[in-house]
Design a protein around this ligand. Structure first.
Ligand code: GJV
Length: 437
């Protein structure tokens, strides 16, 4: 290893080369990292536990030539584990530890930070309150399950603003102990029962008429709490019972991201009058490989009207459907500008139980009241100028990680059809964004 130098072949290949080589090379094998590794020289890769690497060659039994996110280098073979049929082999999972990272996940929800963030989000919390208030007549004498109740806000709204017979407030984290106190403190203990445990494992005294939950993560599905909701639906929701939210949609829009691009990429063009552009490939890798959460898009940065790329029906959606979800888009550019990437957000709907009652909507997009989810930005590797009249069409694929069950990769494929004659070499593109593994 010491004699290896960082030669031409070890430079990060362009996306196109990588794609071509992947397709043409049948000997490439996929492996999963068992633990973190930090390369000690420029020809070794750095990776995190759970990362998927493509192994191109095995020049020795100890060091293999592998690729991670388009960058190639040597990796220690003993850190890798073959990814073959990861879904089927239960034993392999346990050797990788907790695929749901529940200790960390519920540990985080055992502290106040996230609950404060969620409760401070007025749009979110008021939307749930509005659902309860506008359905209060129908909720009378109903049995409700509040899945992942956190501090119990939705259960307390139910008990105070409607007259359900029972509310089962299910919470896996240690916050449940406090939730019990909050229920008592607010005089709701006759109606609300706090049950501490994973919704998948908990036993309820009876089936429920309404299953309410605030399960939505970044890009709607991240964290995959929705799986817990679907399993609870199949086990605890009465025939004809109600799901809140009742449906969910993910929306996408091609956008400009001038200040983010300037801050992370154009910056290297002349800091302090110097040319630092050789750092741009590194900047691209570091800042544009993964999606940017908590991005705030101004309505003015949207280059086209947004488009719903996937719609989930909470009554019919199945856990197995979550493994791979595909959507399509077709956008018409409304004003000329720089196409830096795509921005996404989600909307959920709560159907009304009252005859003629209005559906309640919680929309996390740029034309609605801001929420703690904000939006998610997917940066292209290279910005493309687009003109009014052009169209941008393509597909989105959400692929759930087979090892790390709260994670997924979003792949965007797009083509730009110019309304002008001239051709540009950036007409078609594909990019996969791990979130986070
Ligand atoms: N069982 C019980 N509580 C859960 C579960 C589960 N399977 N999954 C999440 N929670 N919208 N992305 C709890 C978690 O501990 C936290 O208090 C709350 O649900 C998360 C709700 C917001 N997260 C989200």
């Amino acid at each position: 290893m010491e004699n290896q130098t960082a030669g031409e072949s070890k430079r990060p290949p362009s996306d196109m080369q990588t794609e071509k080589e992947k397709e043409g090379d049948a000997s490439v094998e996929e492996y999963v990292a068992l633990s973190n590794f930090t390369g000690s020289s420029s020809d070794q890769l750095c990776f995190s536990s759970g990362d998927k690497l493509l192994v191109h060659a095995k020049p020795s039994s100890e060091w293999w030539w592998a690729e991670l996110l388009g960058v190639r280098g040597y990796v220690p073979a003993s850190y890798l584990h073959q990814d073959a049929a990861a879904e089927e082999e239960e034993d392999e999972h346990t050797s990788l530890g907790d695929q749901w990272q529940d200790e960390e996940y519920f540990g985080n929800y055992g502290t106040l930070r996230l609950h404060l963030e969620m409760l401070s989000d007025k749009s979110r919390t008021e939307a749930y309150r509005k659902v309860i208030v506008s359905n209060s007549a129908s909720l009378r004498s109903k049995v409700v399950m509040d899945l992942g109740c956190g501090t119990g806000i939705i259960s307390l709204f139910c008990a105070q603003l409607a007259q359900p017979s029972e509310v089962y407030a299910v919470e896996a984290s240690s916050m449940a102990e406090y939730t019990r106190q909050l229920v008592k403190q607010n005089g709701c203990e006759q109606v609300v029962t706090v049950l501490q445990g994973r919704a998948e494992e908990i036993e309820l005294p009876k089936q429920v008429d309404v299953l309410v939950s605030e399960w939505m993560g970044n890009c709607l599905l991240f964290e995959f709490m929705v799986e817990s909701v679907l399993l609870a639906r199949d086990r605890w929701l009465k025939e004809g019972g109600v799901m809140w939210p009742s449906s969910a949609a993910l929306t996408l829009v091609p956008c400009q991201a001038n200040s983010y691009y300037a801050e992370k990429m154009a910056f290297w063009e002349q800091p302090y009058g110097l040319d630092f552009t050789p750092l741009q490939p590194l900047a691209q890798q570091e800042f544009f490989t993964k999606p940017k959460f908590s991005h705030v898009i101004e309505p003015d940065d949207c280059l086209t009207a947004p488009c719903d790329v996937l719609c989930l029906d909470m009554y019919t959606l199945q856990v197995k459907d979550l493994e791979e979800i595909k959507g399509q888009f077709h956008f018409c550019v409304e004003k000329s500008g720089v196409f830096h990437g795509f921005t996404s957000w989600f909307t959920v709907h709560f159907e009304s139980l009252e005859t003629g009652g209005a559906t309640v909507e919680l929309n996390t997009g740029p034309n609605s009241q801001p929420t703690h989810w904000k939006q998610t930005l997917f940066m292209l590797d290279r910005p493309v100028s687009v003109y009014a009249g052009d169209s941008i069409s393509g597909t989105i694929l959400l692929r759930r990680n087979s090892v790390w069950r709260r994670h997924m990769t979003i792949t965007l494929h797009w083509s730009i059809n110019s309304s002008k004659k001239e051709t540009d070499n950036c007409q078609v593109g594909t990019k996969s964004f791990p979130m986070w593994r």
